[in-house]
Structure formats: structure tokens, C-alpha cells
Design a protein around this ligand. Structure first.
Ligand SMILES: [Zn+2]
Length: 174
């Protein structure tokens, strides 16, 4: 209060008026000032928060804008480069990290969908009566191979996967 009273005559008059009031009025004034201060702090908080969000989205927008411009320039210069050098553009494609995966993917899909790969496995086996389930990797039992030969299909006793004529053919072809 001592420091504040030194600000000026106006403040001194306010202090004099305040001290002249009865005690209940002084308490009310203090509560009122306190409430105003709290409201001011809350207001400043939300204003700062709003400004922070504004700045954040502005920066984000600028970032995407610059990114888009960068990409545009990249494509532009890439196109210019291939136009000037005369190199075919697809040559650059294998360097793309997305390209190797499709090259690797089809064999994996074939292994899952077609029984051709398991047949190749069986052909490598010396004894025709020894075969392995393509699903669980367990060895075929003699009864399984017999059922397969007789019925054209059999169920793996380990995983229940159905073995069709195709497997049997590969076994017999040995
Ligand atoms: Zn199995």
C-alpha cells in the first residue's frame, strides 16, 4: 500500500475515501476488487489460450503451406530434370521405398492362396510317404496319407486343415 500510494494524487484520494468508509464497506470493496482481479486473471488466461491456439494453427497452416509448396517445387524440378536429361521416369521408381514391397508381396500371397508352393516343398522330400502340413508344419501320418489317397482329401490331425487332391498328387508324383 505504501508503494501504491506513491503513484499519484488520484490513488491517494482513493485511499483516503477507502479509509473514510465504515469497516463493512471496506470489506465489500476488498471483496469487489478481489473478484475483479480474479475475473481479470481468468479473462487474461482465456485470451492467452486463444492467442496460443491461434498461433498454433497459424504455424500449422504455414507448415502445411510450405510443405505443399516444397512438394510442388520438388515435383516441378523432378519433371524438369527428367524432361532435360531424357531419362525415363520409371527408373527412379525402384528407389522408392514403396516399390520393393509389391515385388516381395506376390510370392507371399501365392504361398497362402495356391497349393503350388507346398507341392514344391514335397518334391524336395526324398521319401514320398513323408509329407508336412503346409498350415501347421507337422508331419502327415500314414493314415492321413492313406485317407488322402483313398478319398482325395484328408484333414490334418494337428490343425484340422483340409488337405486336397493336389497334395496327394504331389506325393504320388515322387
Ligand atoms: Zn496341419
Amino acid at each position: 500500500m505504501v508503494d501504491l500510494s506513491g503513484i499519484g494524487i488520484a490513488w491517494q484520494e482513493i485511499v483516503n475515501w477507502f479509509l473514510a468508509q465504515p469497516i463493512w464497506a471496506q470489506v465489500l470493496v476488498i471483496i469487489g476488487v478481489f473478484a475483479v482481479l480474479v475475473l481479470a486473471v481468468i479473462l487474461v488466461y482465456y485470451i492467452l489460450k486463444g492467442v496460443a491456439y491461434l498461433v498454433y494453427y497459424l504455424l500449422k497452416g504455414v507448415y502445411y503451406l510450405l510443405k505443399g509448396i516444397g512438394l510442388l517445387f520438388y515435383k516441378l524440378f523432378e519433371g524438369l530434370y527428367y524432361a532435360i536429361s531424357g531419362k525415363p521416369k520409371p527408373q527412379k521408381a525402384p528407389a522408392n521405398p514403396e516399390q520393393p514391397s509389391p515385388q516381395q508381396a506376390p510370392p507371399q500371397v501365392k504361398q497362402e492362396e495356391e497349393p503350388i508352393i507346398p507341392i514344391q516343398k514335397y518334391e524336395q522330400i526324398v521319401h514320398p510317404e513323408v509329407a508336412y502340413c503346409s498350415e501347421c508344419g507337422n508331419r502327415f501320418t500314414d493314415s492321413m496319407i492313406q485317407t488322402l489317397t483313398e478319398n482325395g482329401f484328408a484333414y490334418c490331425i494337428h490343425c484340422g486343415n483340409k488337405k486336397t487332391q493336389a497334395n496327394q498328387m504331389s506325393i504320388e508324383s515322387q
